[in-house]
Ligand binder design. Structure first.
Ligand code: COA
Length: 159
């Protein structure tokens, strides 16, 4: 069952700022991701950050902060013609500090990256989630995301 929506504790939602991640945010991003996924992957996040720095018109790494504290992040990029699809925005990852959830921070991050996709000229956003990840599924459905026309296929490769 979904926990009750919390009243913002420390400050009002207007105090939330969303903008590009900076090098000084990486430690908190890596920690929040490790806490969320139970899998620390600092090299991956540093590489992802550097890629966004190198191509800021198509790759986005945004953080939400309140009073200087990092409360969440979202990462995505525009991809063109993969699987025959016209350019569209892909969201790779989103996480909000467990202590700050249900205060619309996730929604604000998602809207912020959608604004950047729109400004870059694409008209569709996609993501991929694990079938059994109910929380992330509920979240993306709440944003208006629905099943798309593609099906993921995979198999084990023999050694
Ligand atoms: C998913 C997540 C980003 C949502 O962030 P959030 O700031 O709490 O989300 P919001 O407050 O904007 O909630 C928006 C909507 O999402 C849905 N939602 C959020 N938390 C939910 C929960 N615990 N259960 C069911 N639905 C939920 C609701 O529909 C909610 O709207 P409502 O409260 O008006 O019904 C956050 O829970 C999170 O970081 N989870 C872990 C993410 C993760 O595993 N990431 C790794 C894979 S990408």
């Amino acid at each position: 069952m979904k926990p009750a929506r919390k009243a913002p504790a420390a400050a009002s939602p207007e105090d939330l700022s969303i903008g590009p991640a900076s090098p000084g945010d990486m430690r908190q991003i890596i920690r929040l991701d490790a806490q969320t996924t139970a899998n620390a992957k600092p090299k991956y996040w540093h590489r992802r950050f550097e890629a966004c720095q190198a191509n800021p018109s198509e790759q986005f790494f945004l953080v939400a902060k309140r009073g200087g504290a990092l409360l969440g992040f979202i990462v995505g990029e525009i991809r063109a013609w993969e699987f025959g699809s016209p350019p569209c925005g892909w969201v790779f990852a989103i996480a909000v500090d467990p202590e700050a959830r249900l205060e619309s921070i996730g929604s604000s991050l998602f809207q912020a990256i959608c604004d950047r996709f729109r400004a870059a000229g694409v008209a569709k956003v996609r993501t991929m989630i694990a079938r059994d990840h109910q929380l992330i599924l509920s979240f993306f459905r709440s944003q208006g995301m629905m099943g798309g026309p593609f099906v993921e296929l995979e198999m084990e490769l023999d050694e």
